[in-house]
Write a protein that binds this ligand. Structure first.
Ligand code: BGC
Length: 648
């Protein structure tokens, strides 16, 4: 029996293959009921049902349900995380331990929030775009606190830990500061900047109560046809490792109040799949796997990254969610990782086998926390059955639960279970946006300039193209929704606004919306900018075997060339595209990647207020036939080698 399509993934634009979980009839109804209201933006703000506290109800406290004696070690902050976790573990039933190993996506708890306490769920998450109906930082904090209350009503009063994909800022939350995606930070190549961006992100996440980000992605994507190329810093494993470590430090440093747990992902080989296929197969020998894909994890592990997420992909045909050798022997054994190994979204169920075998193999492989994310009752039943029949050893359950509890103690969740509302004002603050603007300045790569730049501060600029006034295209996927949004729904500064602001009163900006209008519009001395944007996408929905420059934007370039208006192209994209003719038709060309909400940083460079310093983190191919391609020197198929970038 297969799960209903609507339960496969709640996220907007969902196209997940169906798993084969056996779902009890009641659960089916429950899951579908959730789905019907759980598309992006839907969901209860106030949360109906018993989890909502009455005004006079005192706030529950961790371990405060009266079950644990006052002098228990787990209550004593002086005892240290490990001793506290061991003491607590010894007081737990099998059901409670398995509950800790269960992570549920919030939309599957609609109307059933009391289940957090009833099942003692260890963790909740918001997948891309899932949040309170009113998408404000304060509403997120309210939502978090509501779930935490339900968790603290469990028999032992163990707090839940909440995770989100804050992959370029706290990107689910409207009004947060949106940083360049990792590809842009790779172009900047500056660990201190990445660390500062992660620090800011941690503060904006902590403000909403959320404890944990599923970032950074430390994959070095080796085939730019992969839809997740922009989530990787660089095709170069050394740069991916260095910047990943900086992000981990930025997320996890600071006080218990304003730091968050980081995740190095996706373990292992996600960036090496054949053909750049998302969730595909990485076909390399072990030495290559280690050199290219394991190496970037080492600095993050050294920096104490709190969790590692398992990859949807396979290694030589074996799904990573069932790879005991790499997860248990290499990661936990050889590399001594003591944090949480979390599965990917329904990743356990995507691997082969019947539902019972899938859970058995995944837990046996070393996964500690299962991002179920929907049918938690089915998962819990299955795992309990496997333990009771002896097919999953109790030691494995204890190991998993201990890691989860120890992490919760380590990050101070038992002492500070509530949202840090004192940080709410900092979300999207001018100070935070200034850091993002600096990151944008550092991330832009000038590919070509035939005496076009800097822009003068007098005269007319004709601005055209899909991304001329479109913050959504600047941001790409994982922004407000899983797949991102086109248009100006993301609070921030579009290129048009940024050019106006930085150019000042002497610059007349004319937005051109039809290439055919250019002939009549143009005047002597005009300059043109064509801002082209790749459509927003995330994960497999961004897999692309063509990598075309947007044809409609090419029409503008042709029209400017035909009418003798010199043009600069700015390309906002999640990877190099095939730009041959666009490059030829442009007097200057900027690879902007996905800069996020602060286009002011790009305008600063265009007007010469700051120099271009970005360098390509990926090889730029001349044609799609040349992909996959990695090269630091020019050669066949190479339009620009990795490391290329003009100073301007
Ligand atoms: C992605 C992960 C992400 C998770 C939770 C998955 O589809 O592969 O990178 O952390 O969803 O949203």
């Amino acid at each position: 029996m297969s799960r209903p399509a609507c339960a496969a993934r709640s996220r907007e634009g969902s196209a997940a293959p169906l798993g084969a979980a056996v779902v009890p009839a009641l659960m089916l109804l429950l899951a579908c009921g959730a789905c019907s209201t759980a598309a992006f933006g839907a969901g209860a703000d106030g949360g109906a049902g018993p989890a909502k506290p009455r005004a006079e109800e005192p706030l529950p406290v961790p371990l405060g349900t009266g079950v644990i004696p006052a002098d228990a070690v787990c209550r004593d902050p002086e005892a240290g995380p490990e001793a506290r976790a061991r003491d607590l573990l010894a007081r737990m039933t099998l059901e409670e331990k398995v509950g800790q190993m269960t992570q549920v996506a919030r939309e599957y708890l609609l109307g059933a929030e009391e289940d957090i306490g009833i099942y003692g769920l260890g963790s909740l998450l918001s997948g891309g775009g899932s949040g309170p109906r009113t998408n404000t930082p304060a509403a997120w904090a309210d939502m978090y606190d509501r779930y935490q209350r339900a968790a603290l009503r469990s028999r032992l009063g163990i707090p839940m830990i909440y995770g989100v994909d804050a992959v370029h800022g706290n990107n689910n939350v409207r009004g947060s500061t949106i940083f360049p995606h990792n590809i842009g930070l790779g172009a900047a190549g500056d660990p201190a900047l990445v660390r500062e961006a992660a620090r800011v992100t941690a503060i904006e996440v902590a403000a909403t109560g959320v404890d944990w980000t599923f970032a950074p992605c430390v994959a070095p994507p080796r085939d730019i046809r992969w839809g997740r190329t922009y989530e990787g810093y660089s095709e170069d494993p050394a740069l991916a490792g260095l910047l990943g470590e900086a992000a981990v430090r930025g997320f996890q440093e600071g006080s218990a109040a304003d730091s968050i747990l980081a995740t190095a992902k996706h373990f292992l080989g996600d960036g090496g799949t054949a053909g750049g296929k998302d969730r595909g197969d990485t076909r390399v020998d072990e030495a290559t796997l280690r050199a290219l894909f394991l190496a970037p994890y080492l600095p993050s592990l050294e920096a104490g990254v709190g969790s590692v997420m398992v990859s949807f992909s396979s290694w030589n045909g074996q799904p990573m969610h069932q790879n005991r050798y790499l997860i248990t022997e290499v990661l936990k054994g050889e590399l001594g990782f003591e944090g949480i190994v979390v599965s990917d979204w329904a990743g356990v169920r995507e691997a082969p086998g019947d539902p019972v075998t899938q859970v058995k193999l995944a837990i046996d492989a070393g996964i500690d926390l299962v991002m179920v994310p929907d049918d938690y009752k089915g998962f819990i039943d299955t795992l309990l059955g496997l333990v009771r029949s002896g097919e999953v050893p109790m030691e494995r359950i204890d190991d998993a639960a201990l890691r989860i509890l120890e992490t919760k103690f380590r990050i101070g969740l038992f002492e500070r279970p509530w949202a840090e509302r004192s940080l709410l004002d900092s979300v999207g603050s001018p100070e935070h946006r200034a850091v993002a603007r600096q990151a944008v300045r550092a991330s832009q790569v000038l590919l070509k300039d035939e005496g076009f730049l800097p822009l003068p501060r007098t005269g007319r600029i004709l601005l055209a193209g899909s991304a001329a006034d479109n913050v959504g295209l600047q941001c790409g996927g994982w922004t407000l929704t899983w797949q991102g949004v086109s248009g100006n729904a993301v609070p921030g500064t579009s290129l048009l606004e940024a050019l106006r602001e930085v150019g000042g009163p002497g610059v007349e900006l004319v937005l051109v919306e039809d290439p055919e209008a250019i002939g009549a519009l143009r005047r002597e001395g005009d300059l043109a900018i064509v801002a082209s944007g790749e459509r927003p996408y995330a994960e497999g929905q961004g897999d692309d075997g063509v990598l075309a420059f947007r044809p409609a934007d090419l029409e503008y370039l042709r029209a400017f060339e035909a009418t003798g208006v010199p043009a600069l192209t700015v390309l906002f994209s999640g990877r190099p595209l095939i730009i041959g003719e666009a490059l030829e038709s442009s007097r200057a060309f900027v690879a902007g990647f996905l800069p996020g909400s602060e286009a002011g940083g790009l305008a600063d460079l265009l007007f010469g207020d700051a120099p271009f310093t970005g360098r390509l983190p990926y090889t730029w191919p001349a044609s799609v036939d040349a992909v996959p391609l990695q090269s630091t020197t020019s050669g066949p198929g190479v339009l620009f080698p990795r490391g290329w970038g003009l100073d301007g």
